[in-house]
Design a protein around this ligand. Sequence first.
Ligand SMILES: [Zn+2]
Length: 456
Amino acid sequence: MTYQVLARTWRPQRFSELFGQDAVVQTLCNALTSGTFGQAYLFSGLRGVGKTTAARLLAKAVNCAEGPTAEPCGECDSCREIAQGSSIDVIEIDGASNRGIDDVRELRELLQFRPTRDRYRVLIVDEVHMLTREAFNALLKSLEEPPPYILWIFATTERLKVPETIQSRCQQLEFRPVGSELIRGRLEKIAVAEGFSLTPSAAASIASAAEGSVRDALSLLDQLRAFASDNVDDEAVASVLGVPPMEVTVQLVEALAAGRIADGLALVRDQLANGQDASVLYREIGRTLRAALYLAVDPDLAPTMSDTHRDLLLAVATSGGVDSLSRMLGLWLEQEALVRGAANRELALEVASLRLARWPSVQRVEEWLAGIGPVDPGAGPSGSPSGAGPTRSSPGPAAASGGASAAAAREDEQAAVITPQDPSLAEEASSDPGVILATRVLGGEVVAVRSNGEGS
Ligand SMILES: [Zn+2]
């Protein structure tokens, strides 16, 4: 027997099975139940979230021998033929490969005839935004006064590219990206029903990689089943998705958050040496940092992971705290484009990791400057013998009063930060010569600028 892909085996056959799209389902079912459904619909949303499936369900609902109904029987000729894609009254067209006016003319010719057997002639146009302007104009005429037996269903991943004139003549339904927790639950349910093994963290990784698309999640799961002979675990996910095992990113984040530069860099190098893609590794560091931040804010909000990873990250969350982790995540975000766009992404990743690991030192200097805590410039961050070296000060005076500082000369942006252009800041600076105007990390060095003209 040939293998049928999961997306097909598990394609929803009734509205109640179309998960993650409650608002759409409710709107359609209400319209069907009350008999007030429209003659033209525009379904928009990300790929693989159920637009075409919903279009077929709607076709079944209006044409079912028992219908129109929100619960098509699934048994009658109409229902079965629509499910198989062989109904002569339900026509599916791909807008990407039938873009021109001639294609639309052909479609319009179909409108002249009543349905052969069913109540409605349903025309489903996928990727409708790909049609040419002339094709849209031709389409518009049919939308203005459609014959009563016609139902148009347009689907698009790019609603804004569909002309206003078309949009305004359709009932618009926006399909949302499906939440990763919902997808994860779905994958686990499918694994149980199909009788193969899928670990919770593997399910979570697949769900997250699918970025809201159920179809993407299911095709990843197909690939993984084939690769891992029905034993889908973290290792299989790491190999097929090309992502580092979560164990590694958790260790990495733990080292960086503690300021243990050497440990962090060793892990990064190890991954790169194993052929790991630098920007994927950086992305996963961000995901793990985010998970740690969630654990610090409220453990119930954190994404699904194994107990071991959770315990490790919980320790990072507890010792780091919300403020520190959110600023690390901010720093991670600032550098993301740099890592992605760098000519040497491996080097960019190392520098970015270094800066993240320097964050604990920066924080301690800030606290010192703010008079909150003591700082020992000669020591690494607490509890990290292999950690950062001494916190060096900026090389020269960085005068807020406009004098050219070494730091400002090195970086224009820095000059903009240390010159108090903000009037309230200037006022504060004149009344208190010790006020801190800025602290920045420049090339791994901590530069603090005070209004008396001294960098610390
Ligand atoms: Zn039926």
